[in-house]
Design a protein around this ligand. Sequence first.
Ligand code: FMN
Length: 252
Amino acid sequence: MTDVMEVEENAKASPAAVDMYEWREGMPWNPVERVILERRSVRKYKDKQVPERLVRRILEAGRFAPTAGNSQSWKFVVVRDRDMIDAMQKYVQLRCKVFKFFLNWQKSPLGKLAWFYTQLSARVMPNLLHPIPFGAISLIAEGKLKLFHDAPTVILVLVDRRGAAKPLVDVGICGQNMVLAAHSLGLGTCWVGFVEVFKFGTRWKKKLGVGWPYELIEGIALGYPVGNPDGMIERELQEIEWWEDGRKRTVF
Ligand SMILES: Cc1cc2nc3c(=O)[nH]c(=O)nc-3n(C[C@H](O)[C@H](O)[C@H](O)COP(=O)(O)O)c2cc1C
């Protein structure tokens, strides 16, 4: 049994106690830990708008994220307009159809040319063409996966490239602050990396304020989840190298 599993077992045994800012042997997960561990990505939302006050509270959680040099290197764009969200989803679907046409070289009528294009793209953008986003391109193109999962509110997070040191890290922390705050308020979220596709659309870039120094990095779909998708899940453990007392050991 790993340490993590042991704490989980203890948590089940004593569900009543809730502590913050202190630790006792065998205590259950505190509310912050629970919010972190039980948050899941939500891909089905109720047709019910999130009150503006809640969205503002979530943005506040983002604003309080730590940043290198306190540079707060981001800009938020909030979209709550159903027609605009639909239009954004449609645009990305269309783009994905084009990507699929070029990248799915085994089935492309372009034959060798498509193969060459795929090879080149995979080398230029190895992370973006990792098998998972590659598969998602097809799903979006076929209308089986919607960009924002039809969420009623979308928070777009733009990085300010003038930020100190590592603005992309700042933006990631900021986004996660918002996602966790939303979850703690009973809302569901899903990170949407596919907003990257808007960089191919001049009209959208202009509308969303993308352009030096702002680059669109992530979207966060936000709304009331259908059902209860949250909860603790099994997650693959990875080796951790642990140095102490002059020697290294491997823990999980
Ligand atoms: C940077 C980032 C980008 C993501 N982009 C997408 C996306 O475009 N569409 C989507 O449905 N999920 C997206 N996800 C959600 C992941 O698929 C999800 O976090 C992962 O499968 C783990 O599941 P969990 O969030 O429920 O723990 C993204 C997550 C992150 C952190």
